[in-house]
Ligand binder design. Structure first.
Ligand SMILES: C[S@@+](CC[C@H](N)C(=O)[O-])C[C@H]1O[C@@H](n2cnc3c(N)ncnc32)[C@H](O)[C@@H]1O
Length: 596
């Protein structure tokens, strides 16, 4: 049985986004919409270069020069030539450093990718084989065994991959700092938090380039450990039902803050909360003018301690008149001392990203492009569902209510989502769902209107026993509604995708689903066999067999994939016997697919 796992979704999604990015970027170059940065940031010399140019103790200090590295393919046509260069470089000790300066000419439509935390290189190899218009991929990992695994996996796969992928070993931060504006795409896919890699990564992305970021420390981002979130991301999280979108907004704000230090800013094109992690795609631009607007794109959240009401407040404002543009602090507080619904206090979260988290035009383009090539993506259904629900989200209504949580607060049985949405639309407000939660409801209606709708619904569907007036439910329901809600079915109350029967929330397989421990740690696996639960301790089949890094999550995941290469599928990648495209072949990886 084919088992989809988390990394397949992450990689499929990233491939889809990168393919679309290459296409978009080509059009932008042709239209002159991307400009070259005139003043590149200073280049940090490599350790080798610094040592080579070490002056005598009494000499004047001289700037260190970066050593030239072998040139790799500049287009897919140059693959053979580059294969030789790559083979040569593979023999040499594998260290990171400044990559060839030969690219510093006119804007090239082909892209250079840095996969800074590459583990086994599986992702880089897929990028090489499945994305057209890639000039070079630097597959870097700190771990020596990981770099060796990338080399052996390259040998085992299509030569096209060896021509494009350059394995390097070193700290991604150093690699990024040594290559300012050096990559059109920088992919950060760490275990846990990406926070420590962001400062260097935003400098390594070329003008208009794409930064791809994973964060798996959801407990931190969702408010279980506020002080850790503050320390890592500079934002205080709230442990509330909208926490998955909050996670996206905290990471976005953190990337923006790092970019701002270098006169850069971000434009999110797609930000997704997927199962147990977030995956964010932002474009990075340089503009001191836009950087001035950054505080306006951040907000604080005031969360009622007694109910689900939340209010947002931007950190800064902009005043434009005929003669000048001025910036000033945000006015507030946006809330009174106590919650108008329950009389309780407020908690304050943030600052976090307040602007749009996606570009709807991008999502539509992506949807069209994956539809054209659906056989390429093993995770097609899941990705289409995610993109479809993200495409319908209100972009100017941050965060959301969870209808079940709201009804838990009120101690009532939940109405259907469409019923509540209809009442809000009939009251003159906009609504949408959210990809982050099937029960989530986004609206531009203020909390008092939302609660009035709920009060009207409870009046029409009274509970057997009225709640105690001292409880929050009692206080909420005791307030007479100011509006008379109409629950007549409103146009737009049902998601367009739901009407078109597009599955927006595709369930995951149950067995073996979820994050894996770092390779090397024992993994407790519940195997369901013949109706009996048998608890087994399994080791992720990774490095030892595959020659991959001991600490490579990708490897742990690779062992979950059905790998036998019975025939070559799309771009020479392995296919399973159901002819589903799965992933590239891993050298010596566990060939026995697990069953569920
Ligand atoms: C989750 S894995 C990467 C999975 C990979 N992107 C994939 O798709 O298969 C994280 C990797 O980051 C590497 N790593 C951790 N810190 C690093 C650093 N400072 N520089 C480079 N690599 C690092 C680890 O060795 C590990 O292999």
């Amino acid at each position: 049985m084919y088992i989809m796992h988390s990394q397949v979704i992450n990689r499929d999604l990233s491939i889809a986004v990168l393919r679309y990015f290459v296409k978009q970027r080509r059009e932008e170059i042709a239209a002159g919409a991307i400009r070259r940065i005139r003043k590149p940031r200073p280049v940090l010399p490599t350790a080798a270069a610094a040592a080579a140019t070490q002056p005598p103790a009494n000499a004047e200090p001289a700037p260190a020069a970066a050593p030239e590295q072998p040139a790799l393919a500049s287009t897919s046509a140059g693959v053979e030539e580059a294969s030789a260069a790559a083979a040569e470089s593979a023999q040499a000790p594998c260290t990171s450093g400044r990559v060839p300066a030969a690219d510093d000419g006119a804007l090239d439509p082909d892209i250079r990718i840095l996969e800074g935390l590459a583990a086994s290189g599986l992702r880089s190899i897929r990028y090489a084989l499945e994305i057209d218009g890639v000039k070079r991929i630097d597959a870097n990992d700190l771990d020596e065994k990981a770099a060796a695994a990338v080399r052996s996996n390259l040998e085992y796969n299509d030569p096209k991959a060896s021509g494009l992928v350059r394995p390097t070993q070193g700290d991604v931060r150093l690699m990024a700092l040594q290559n300012p504006d050096g990559y059109e795409a920088v992919d950060l896919d760490p275990y846990g938090s990406p926070a420590q890699f962001l400062d260097s990564a935003v400098q390594a992305v070329s003008e208009g380039g794409l930064l791809l970021v994973t964060a798996t420390d959801m407990a931190v981002l969702c408010g279980n450990n506020g002080e850790a979130c503050w320390a890592k991301y500079g934002s205080y999280p709230l442990h509330k039902p909208y926490c998955h979108e909050q996670a996206l907004r905290i990471v976005l704000a953190c990337i923006e803050a790092h970019a701002n230090r270098y006169k850069r800013h971000i434009v999110p094109v797609l930000s997704l909360s997927i199962d147990f992690y977030v995956r964010i795609f932002v474009r990075v631009y340089t503009s001191p003018e836009k950087v001035k607007e950054s505080a306006m794109k951040q907000m604080y959240v005031y969360q009622s301690s007694g109910c689900d009401s939340f209010y947002t407040q931007r950190v800064a404002r902009k005043h434009v008149n005929k003669r000048s543009t001025k910036y000033s602090p945000g006015t507030g507080p946006a809330v009174p001392q106590s919650c108008p619904e329950t009389g309780s206090g407020f908690q304050m979260g943030g600052p976090m990203w307040a602007g749009p988290i996606h570009d709807p035009a991008w999502i539509q383009g992506l949807l069209d492009s994956i539809e054209e090539d659906k056989e390429r993506y093993a995770a097609f259904g899941k990705i289409k569902g995610l993109l479809t629900s993200a495409s319908e989200e209100l972009q100017d209504a941050p965060l959301y209510y969870n209808l079940h949580a709201v009804c838990k607060t009120l101690h009532v049985t939940p109405p259907s989502g469409d019923t509540v949405r209809s009442a809000l639309i009939n009251a003159g407000y906009r609504v949408s769902g959210t990809h982050a939660n099937p029960l989530g409801l986004k609206t531009d209606a203020p909390p008092e209107v939302f609660w009035d709708v709920m009060r009207c619904w409870v009046q029409e569907h009274p509970t057997k026993k009225a709640p105690d007036l001292e409880t929050y439910a009692g206080k909420l329901l005791a307030k007479p509604p100011q509006l008379k809600a109409s629950f007549a079915r409103a146009r737009g109350a049902t998601s367009a995708a739901k009407t078109a029967k597009v599955a927006r929330f595709v369930p995951n397989p149950e067995a073996f689903w979820g994050p894996k421990p770092k390779a090397g740690r024992p993994q407790r696996v519940m195997q369901v066999m013949g109706g009996q639960k048998e608890e087994a301790t399994a080791r992720a089949a990774t490095s030892a067999e595959a020659g991959a890094a001991d600490n490579a999550a990708g490897d742990a995941d690779a062992a979950e994939e059905p790998l036998p290469a019975v025939q070559n599928g799309v771009n020479g990648a392995a296919v399973n016997k159901d002819d589903k495209h799965v992933d590239v072949v891993m050298a010596g990886a566990d060939e026995a697919p697990r069953t569920s």
